[in-house]
Design a protein. Structure first.
Length: 352
């Protein structure tokens, strides 16, 4: 299969006036800094914590792929529960699973750049230019990443990315007192007030999103940096919305039980035009994403998803994507060279 050039794809879709949608995977964050956001970086950090549970877990399951580890733990739990009937063993497995999930969140928050200003302006602007193509075409941006990079770029370039919306907003509560000139009072930043304009979707949750039971809360800047506020919540055992289940079915089950994640997933299932993916591997635990894309391709003629362009970084990536192409029912599927997308480093500057 021919490998296309990203810039040629964008020119073609712009000429056709096609709606462009974007799906970002971990490669988006790794392309910013692989020392922070790769699986190896996270597993090395966790190994260095010298936690006895994690140390034993990593020694038994010799991999840095967290999805594989979670899937193995789920299998071990079912086997222990159904065949051994040892409550002590099943409890140990659940403890290890919970410990890995909470430690993963802690590791990401600690390794993460400290605040939005840690990202060089040139890189932030360059990424904003990349995203602008999609927002300007009335498309949607989806990400499976947990980190704050996308959020920071959006917030730091609002003059250019003025029409983005993550669906969150503050509900008006009332006035400070009964006088007409008193200050208005707003509640927490909750998901819902701007849902009809939402075009940014965190499919698997993110560091700054928390489930408050009856509402989904977005942690925002206050007197402290955003990451400081997130860490305060984590220290109180309040954990962000994270889909850390093993296989695709388990992920989908987690998604379906959260109102925000379920909405984002259904939105992916109803996109139209074209979908471009960057840094998303379509691994064996991503069948739920492929199912959503296929559902979008089954819509009626006017609203359906017509084509998908999958970015690959290597010959091995290309061979793998070619081997799973039969999973997609979409009319047109292509592969492009992800290295032709210079998201973080190009020298173009955004005009104020």
């Amino acid at each position: 299969m021919e490998i296309k050039n990203y810039q040629d794809i964008i020119k073609h879709l712009n000429k056709e006036k096609r709606t462009k949608n974007l799906l970002l995977g971990n490669g988006f964050s790794i392309s910013y800094d692989k020392k922070i956001f790769s699986y190896n970086a996270l597993s090395n950090f966790l190994n260095e914590t010298n936690d006895p549970i994690l140390t034993k877990l990593f020694s038994v399951i010799n991999t840095s792929n967290f999805e594989l580890i979670m899937n193995q733990l789920d299998v071990f739990y079912k086997l222990a529960k159904d065949f051994i009937s040892d409550e002590t063993l099943t409890e140990k497995i659940l403890i290890a699973s919970d410990k890995l999930k909470s430690s993963l969140i802690n590791a990401i928050s600690i390794l993460h750049p400290e605040h939005v200003y840690s990202i060089p302006t040139e890189k932030s602007n360059s990424c904003a230019l990349f995203l602008k193509d999609y927002i300007d075409s009335n498309g949607h941006i989806f990400t499976t990443n947990y980190d704050l990079l996308l959020y920071w770029v959006l917030m730091n370039n609002q003059n250019v990315l003025s029409s983005f919306s993550d669906g969150f907003g503050k509900e008006y509560i009332g006035q400070e007192d009964n006088f007409s000139d008193s200050q208005p009072v707003f509640g927490d930043t909750e998901w819902g007030p701007n849902q009809s304009e939402q075009n940014i979707h965190y499919l698997h949750g993110a560091l700054h999103l928390f489930d408050a039971g009856i509402s989904i809360i977005k942690e925002t800047y206050g007197q402290n940096y955003l990451l400081d506020n997130i860490r305060k919540r984590i220290n109180k055992k309040q954990y962000p919305i994270f889909v850390t289940a093993g296989d695709g079915n388990q992920k989908l089950e987690h998604i379906s039980h959260n109102q925000y994640l379920n909405y984002c997933y259904k939105r992916l299932s109803t996109i139209s035009g074209s979908l471009i993916t960057f840094g998303f591997s379509f691994g064996k635990y991503d069948d739920h994403i492929i199912a959503a894309i296929n559902k979008a391709a089954k819509q009626n003629i006017k609203e359906k998803l017509w084509s998908i362009y999958i970015g690959v970084f290597s010959e091995d990536d290309k061979n793998y994507i070619e081997s799973i192409m039969d999973k997609f029912i979409i009319q047109k599927a292509y592969i492009f060279d992800a290295k032709t997308v210079n998201i973080w480093d190009n020298e173009l500057k955004i005009e104020s």
